[in-house]
Write a protein that binds this ligand. Structure first.
Ligand code: BTN
Length: 255
């Protein structure tokens, strides 16, 4: 690994129910060092956002979890971890797109942390933080990337790197790049957190464009303008009013 911390403890599993669950179990046994990376070749019960199932093709895609032990990260600032993860995965997908099709700009972050190529989801992130006494004690960053799979269910509006580039991708090489970029953004998150805010804002999918969302379950049209430090999405409503909403109230309309 070309990293100092992330991936120095590396666990590769032929099969596991969920790398996020495996990481949580390690943490509960006090056996996960800061930067531990768990990679599954096959995940049998991958977890997605909102209690959904996450499917990855055995041996073809990336299903990985990274354990970080933040030092003094306050609970209200925990969205910083989502930014670290989304920016790292963005960078790796964008670099693969740059090398093969010369189009890194087609890769965007859909709030809070889906990675899209154009309008299709290529990667998802599921983060579990443990907060004690107002501080984030540990975090499990679960990352699923559709790398070489080609039979994605159309209704999920998903894509893979292979489908977008036409080129078989080096799965372990990409994982190493993820570790490198996670380490980069993790280090910046303490020394220059504003750099993460700026880059995340630049990459925000549908920023400045009126789009369909759901607020408290009802359809609305609004345009995302930024993300607050607490992770809430700032949107401009059709009335011109700007308001911030969290995931419990606002989501992009299913497509
Ligand atoms: C999403 O729904 O977009 C989040 C998907 C996160 C999937 C990854 S795969 C590795 C890790 N282990 C899991 O069970 N889930 C995450």
């Amino acid at each position: 690994m070309r990293t100092r911390i992330i991936g120095q403890q590396f666990i590769r599993l032929a099969q596991v129910d969920s790398t996020n669950k495996y990481a949580a179990d390690l943490l509960s046994l006090n056996k996960a060092a800061h930067g531990t990376v768990i990679l599954a070749d096959e995940q049998t019960a991958g977890r997605g956002q909102r209690g959904r199932v996450w499917r990855s093709a055995p041996g073809l895609d990336i299903a990985t979890s990274v354990v970080l032990l933040p030092d003094g990260l306050k609970a209200p600032d925990q969205f910083l971890l989502a930014k670290v993860a989304a920016l790292a995965v963005h960078d790796v997908v964008a670099e693969a797109m740059r090398i093969t099709v010369g189009k890194p700009d087609r890769v965007r972050i859909k709030w809070p942390n889906d990675i899209l190529i154009d309008r299709r989801k290529v990667a998802g992130i599921l983060i579990k933080n443990e907060v004690v006494g107002g501080l984030v004690m540990n975090t499990v960053i679960g990352i699923g990337i559709n790398v070489n799979s080609s039979e994605l269910e159309a209704e999920f509006n998903a894509t893979s790197l292979r489908m977008e580039t036409g080129v078989e991708q080096d799965r372990l090489g990409l994982l190493e790049q993820i570790c490198v970029r996670l380490e980069h953004w993790w280090e910046l998150s303490t020394s220059r957190p504003a750099a993460l805010d700026d880059r995340y804002r630049e990459l925000l999918w549908s920023k400045g464009r009126f789009t369909e969302l759901e607020l408290d379950g009802a359809p609305i049209t609004a345009r995302p303008v930024d993300v607050g430090p607490d992770g809430r999405l700032l949107v401009e409503l059709e009335t011109g009013e700007v308001a911030a909403f969290g995931l419990e109230r606002l989501r992009f309309a299913p497509r």
